[in-house]
Design a protein around this ligand. Sequence first.
Ligand code: GLA
Length: 672
Amino acid sequence: MSLDTSPSPAGRAGDPVYYGGDYNPEQWPASTWREDVRLMREAGVNLVTVGVFSWARLEPQEGRFDFAWLREVLDLLEGAGIGADLATPTASPPPWAATRYEDLAPVDERGARYSHGSRQALCVVSPNYRRLALAMTTKLVDELGHHPAVRMFHVHNEYACHVPYCYCDHHAASFRAWLQRRYGTVEELNEAWGTAFWSQGYSSYEEVLPPRMTPTFGNPAQLLDYKRFTSDAYLEQFLEEKQVLRAARPDVPITTNFMGLFKPLDYFAWASHLDVVCTDNYPDPGDPDSTAHSALHYDLVRSLNKSAPWLVMEQTTQRVNWRAHNVPKAPGQMRAMNYQALGRGAAGLLFFQWRASRSGAEKFHSAMLPHSGVDAPGWAEVVTLGRELARLGRLAPARVQAEVAVVFSWPNWWAVEGVAQPAQDLTVQGQLDWMLRSLYQRLSTLDFCQPGEDLAPYKAIVVPSLYLLSDAEGANLVSYVEGGGTAFISFWSGIVDERDAVRLGPYGGPLRPLMGCDVLDVAPLPEGQVLEVEWEDGARTTATFWADVAVERDGKVLARLADGPWAGRPAVLATAHGAGTAYYVGTRLDQAGMARLYDLARATASPGPGPGTERTVRRDGADRYELLVNQTPTEREVQLTWPGTELLSGAAVSGRHSLRPWGAAVVHSKEG
Ligand code: GLA
């Protein structure tokens, strides 16, 4: 069933803003369930995820199932008008399964097998795991899939979270089959992996292994393919469960929970298979950059499947328990963080978890209902937010439209952070932080696009270190600029093809028409070295980390390195190409330099809503909702773009508007 016809529990006119969390009733006596449901109603909860970690309780021995207790929970939820996001419990196989079938558990790169006693001790390729997971899913949907409380199916949990890579013999066999489908002959595999290097040539597929422990660097192309293969292998298992659920209930949407910028899985490839894209986000309130990281996280998740709704499946109310030092959110900050997600288009705001556990490894993780119960200050915040969201249901069909896109791909991420690079500390997160920091201060929101996606809807694109791309993807970026687009492209882009083989000649491959210079070599700078950069008008900024050793070609040099061994070399160039312009940045400019750069294009030159505040817009036809959030503990003033009605207070507002500490405003107005 296609996304268009699949009924989604989110994003349609008449839908509420979903509010709730993971509910683990198996951790509590049945007497507590009634209190849970009563308090859920008090807090405005309308959706809870059940069953995520219930496998041992639902199937206490192989083939012996017990669904009665969960049916009772669903009855209680239904009686209270609370929907259920029914999860398949396949992320945590029970001890009987691990004991009976040794191959269920994953193997590390040294050949050691993981044990049960925690969660996610599973090898996704193991035939025993697949058989048991499928049997569990089939039985679950047979028994409970038609319960009227069920609003959505939630497959597994955070795929690949704890043990992303398994190196067992099942994986070896499956990897070989995957490679054979991709390359055909072993000669082609040898060519693709460049095995002439270090005497790695294979005489048959039987000799090929997962990248187990090796004395020094493994083959980067093999490592890259193992990442591709692993993402595909998890997806195959997801699709197996999805098929069973869909066949039984074609009318119920299906999801799984992503984790934003999570490296092991190519979420772009996954997201087209989800009816609702869900994510788990745990920003560190002790990190001053956490708001910016959440903005990026939500914008990325919204962009993964541009025709599906998305929601926050998990977050914490105050603090997690898995960092070394778990700083809580300040009173009020949780609310601000939720309005941030709402402004970026979230159709729902859910938490891990409903009730704080008494036992187990997460007993000190905050929950909607804390250990100390309804007297805890956190509870009041949960109730307040739930009541506010109940007034915002009209936002459900309203969409976010960004004008600027970041070009991003998982294969590039895997490759650019591969082994033995010129700068091992060049990370995707680091490049995103660098290129997007000042943009996020200016623009309300960014979209993320794959390099091969249609970029025409965007006024500008930002391309951070797109080291790996195909010829077709390169041509797509070039034709975007040709057609009138503006591109900001950073160093270490266009370096290799899909096989991680270097594109010879000056660096840049298919992106060279947009670079304006010939990059003849690259120079990672010593830590702490700061270079001067001189702009055309004589202004000076600085640069660190990296310098391209380039000579100008057809681009206009906007800034040059002004000292150091490469003084005089171009640092920033503008190249007119077709109807558009590309800006190429050959060094890591400081933020003042990046600001000068973004000032050059209309689409990126916005002054922004002011420090510590965020402004986002959602639109539904002529209805326009401007969300303003104060992400600081002090009062802030913001300028409203349009006069309108503030939906939380019901007041008519216009002009300058004051936001309380961690405050938010949702201003409705009509277009035109
Ligand atoms: C993840 C998991 C949850 C829980 C939380 C704790 O999001 O999906 O089960 O472990 O982390 O933060």
